[in-house]
Design a protein around this ligand. Structure first.
Ligand code: GDP
Length: 458
């Protein structure tokens, strides 16, 4: 029997190796995948811009567009037709806001881009977190309209918070759409005024100048989105790329396909055949039909009965892929959203205590020892406490300002220790980026975001 097992193991290894070489060949021909999160103040024009971009790239059928046009006329909000492209339900349409992280894709010359849409409404921040936690890069949309930029940026608007949020979640490349510039008659002066302010702020927030590109545009008119400008006033002074080409220039982070398997689960459901299904994203490694995996943090073994990508059975999937996996050998009741499928040998760390470097940006009551929070990452939400304030750091240089600070107020950067009410799967940011970015929330508000720097054994 043990002989049988060892030949099985050898076979499995061979299958993996051949899958890997097939992967390298296939994907070398394919475009690289890039995940982008769209951020910015409410009404900055995010949905309109992304909707228009998708339409201009031919990702939306004429029939659908026509339907949206008719419907938007009916309720007297014609300008919303593009925004609807990203929205799904009638309820959202009537309210004129985007509620969920809508998923849409488009292609540039060298990339396949997946949009993780981030609505600007304060109550929908949890959705934006899901988006930001998965993003490789971000698109910050700014309303250039006189008065609007100022209120979104200076007076408690979400522009600053969103930018800090994505940066503290490890996103370092940014495209800034200086949108609705039609309202200022494509004035270069207005563009320069806005970019000057943003540059100073973004630098302070930790973005390198060379990683940020500013693009004057209008989502509503489709100006400078997918092709060079046609507006005479803009042509007079703008010599840069259109938004699509700026996105094309982003560099794609490495997809760690040869590291041990980590798949985060964001849905669990009954499939059609035997077993049940989990949906999620492969953060690290690869998964194939026939694999044995460990469901964590509960550490139960399960068998992979099938793997599909985009509803197509594929048998094998790799880091960066969104997949549905059919499992057996474990009870569906024992698997939850926020769990991780892990490599059986090199398992994901499970703990109730970890250390993180956080940026605090929105607390009403300053953080002190024992502060209760909810921690969020990927699809996991768990109650927790900040049990130790270890050090306060300089915001730009990262140097130590104070050991064991007693309180942490807004805009501080600090190293803290967090204790979670239940064991969770977590990784250091340097090991698995996607499982090492956390958000801290209190009473529906995101108060801080950070990176996991250490994991305590419990
Ligand atoms: P979101 O909340 O950021 O998704 O913003 P929306 O896409 O819903 O747009 C907010 C409002 O701004 C709507 O009334 C749009 O018609 C308007 N809008 C969007 N883009 C532009 C633009 O480029 N120019 C002008 N003048 N208005 C725009």
């Amino acid at each position: 029997r043990s002989k049988e097992q060892s030949t099985e193991k050898v076979k499995a290894k061979e299958n993996k190796a051949s899958a890997l070489s097939q992967y390298t060949k296939e994907r070398a021909l394919d475009k690289e995948h890039l995940y982008i999160v769209v951020i910015g103040h409410v009404d900055a024009g995010k949905s309109t811009l992304m909707g228009r971009l998708l339409c201009d790239l031919g990702e939306v059928s004429q029939k659908t567009l026509h339907k949206y046009e008719q419907e938007s006329k009916k309720i007297g909000k014609q300008s919303f037709m593009y925004a609807w492209v990203l929205d799904e339900t009638g309820e959202e349409r009537v309210r004129g806001i985007t509620m969920d992280v809508g998923r849409a894709q488009f292609e540039t010359k060298t990339k396949k881009v997946v949009i993780l849409d981030a609505p600007g409404h304060a109550d929908f921040i949890p959705n934006m977190i899901t988006g930001a936690g998965q993003a490789d890069v971000a698109l910050l949309v700014i309303d250039a309209t006189r008065g609007e930029f100022e209120s979104g940026f200076d007076f408690g608007g979400q522009t600053r918070e969103h930018a800090l949020l994505v940066r503290s979640l490890g996103v370092s490349q940014l495209a800034v759409a200086v949108n609705k510039l039609d309202t200022s008659n494509w004035s270069q002066e207005r563009f320069d005024e806005i970019t000057k302010k943003l540059k100073a702020f973004l630098k302070q927030a930790g973005f390198k100048d060379s990683d940020v590109t500013y693009v004057p545009c209008s989502g509503l008119n489709g100006e400078n989105l997918v092709k060079p400008p046609s507006e005479p006033e803009l042509l007079k002074w703008y010599k840069g790329l259109c938004l699509l080409d700026v996105i094309d220039k982003f560099s794609v982070p490495d997809r760690p396909i040869s590291k041990p398997l980590r798949m985060s689960i964001n849905d669990v459901f009954k499939g059609t055949g035997s077993g049940f299904c989990v949906a999620g994203r492969i953060e690290n490694g690869m998964i194939s039909k026939g694999d044995k995996v460990i469901v964590c943090p509960t550490k139960e073994a399960a068998d992979v009965r099938g793997v599909s990508i985009n509803d197509m059975s594929s048998n094998v999937a790799f880091a960066g892929d969104q997949v549905i996996v059919t499992l057996s050998g474990v009870d569906m009741q024992n698997v939850s959203v926020g769990y991780i499928l892990s490599d059986p040998v090199q398992q994901v760390p499970v703990t109730t205590r970890f250390e993180a470097r956080i940026v605090v940006f929105n607390v009403k009551v300053p953080i002190t020892k024992g502060y209760p929070i909810l921690i969020h990452y990927q699809s996991l939400v768990e109650s927790a406490h900040i049990v130790k304030l270890k050090a306060q750091l300089n915001k730009t240089t990262g140097e130590l300002v104070k050991k064991k600070p007693r309180v942490l107020g807004n805009n501080s950067v600090a190293v803290v220790e967090i204790e979670v009410s239940k064991p969770i799967c977590i990784e250091k940011y340097k090991d698995v980026k996607e499982l090492g970015r956390v958000m801290l929330r209190v009473a529906g508000v995101t108060i801080a975001a950070g990176l996991v720097t250490d994991i305590m054994s419990t």
